[in-house]
Design a binder for this molecule. Structure first.
Ligand code: ZN
Length: 249
């Protein structure tokens, strides 16, 4: 009989399964992304209560299944981050953080840095009064990309390796910053924006809450991870719609 294993985890997604079960996607430090079957999770609220909401921090007991799916045996809710759920901007950013870090993580391999990044992102979102600005989301995206081995070039050209000098272009799926002389077709990007993104990579998330980036292609900073996933993040599309609303207001 398989022995149970204790994992610290953040809930990063779920989907219904059969009549009464739910498949819950977790991000863990020791095993990266793990899918577990929560039997009876939809039939009875008592079994796992509201512990399986996206963004919750848990300590779980799981048993290895025969296939790729583990069985969820027991759940301790460590932090439900209720403050996040009070407004749509914060919910959208929390969903984005979960989707980003989960997609960047490998399955069943240690991912302590991505787990730590997601925990920090959710903790900051829960604790902060205002809604984090563009620098926060940029910092989150480039940190996750870096931990996934997809760090974009920001201070030098992805093609020739020489330092960035104006005019520069931006290829989110082609390594990041490129000289326009090396890739004349690349969309233009300001040096100032590249420097600000570089700065957001080096700055802890909790210090980026009030930082706004200069004009630039912010929302493309998660494209390399979305490309690896094979589809755009649904949460990123929602975030982009919300920031367009801000512009229109
Ligand atoms: Zn170049």
């Amino acid at each position: 009989m398989a022995t149970a294993e204790q994992l610290d985890a953040v809930v990063v997604g779920h989907q219904d399964y059969r009549d009464s079960d739910r498949i819950v996607r977790l991000l863990t430090p020791g095993r990266g992304r793990v899918d577990v079957l929560a039997r009876g999770a939809r039939k009875s609220r008592r079994r796992f209560s509201a512990a399986l909401d996206i963004g919750n921090s848990l300590r779980v007991m799981v048993k290895r299944g025969r296939g790729t799916l583990d069985f969820l045996e027991d759940v301790d809710l460590l932090d439900d981050r209720l403050h996040i759920r009070k407004d749509l901007d914060r919910i959208a950013l929390a969903s984005f953080a979960c989707e980003l870090c989960a997609s960047a993580a490998r399955v069943d391999r240690p991912e302590p840095r991505l787990f730590g990044l997601l925990q920090m992102a959710l903790t900051v979102l829960d604790a902060t009064e205002g809604v984090p600005q563009t620098g926060w989301r940029a910092g989150l995206s480039v940190k996750a990309s870096t931990f996934a081995g997809l760090r974009p070039h920001l201070t030098e050209c992805a093609i020739c390796g020489e330092p960035a000098t104006a005019p520069m272009g931006w290829r989110p799926l082609g390594g990041g910053a490129v000289h326009r002389r090396c890739d004349p077709g690349a969309p233009m990007v300001d040096l100032e924006w590249l420097h600000a993104v570089r700065q957001s990579l080096r700055t802890p998330l909790r210090h980026l809450v009030d930082v706004s980036l200069p004009t630039g292609p912010h929302s493309t900073l998660s494209h390399a991870i979305e490309d690896q996933l094979g589809r755009p993040f649904t949460s990123r599309i929602l975030l982009d719609q919300l920031s367009n609303l801000d512009v229109a207001r």
